[in-house]
Ligand binder design. Structure first.
Ligand code: ZN
Length: 99
């Protein structure tokens, strides 16, 4: 299956008649995807540390700086982890081939 949209910018990809399907519209988008992967890894590390702390720390009934309860803060961290992992998987799918 040949992707029609660039995994990074969503722009149209000119697929060649032969060879492996291209995942990115340009070298710039392939490199930018690799940078995004690095940023997502750093973000995930931080979110997982937060989520882990929230899971094991007792709920003191105090709201955080944006007014979330302990449970809401944990749910938000877990949702953000899921989003970041989904995006990471999408980018990794695209960068496994060096096209
Ligand atoms: Zn692109």
């Amino acid at each position: 299956m040949k992707p029609e949209a660039c995994f990074k910018c969503g722009g149209q990809i000119q697929q060649l008649a032969t060879g492996r399907p291209r995942r990115f519209c340009s070298d710039a988008c392939r490199v930018a995807a690799n940078y995004e992967i690095r940023r997502l890894n750093v973000r995930l590390q931080s979110l997982e540390t937060d989520a882990s702390r929230l899971r094991y720390e007792p709920d003191h009934g105090v709201k955080d700086w944006v007014g979330r309860t302990h449970a809401q803060h944990l749910a938000a961290a877990e949702a953000e982890i899921a989003d970041a992992e989904a995006r990471l998987r999408q980018l990794l799918e695209g960068t496994n081939d060096d096209d």
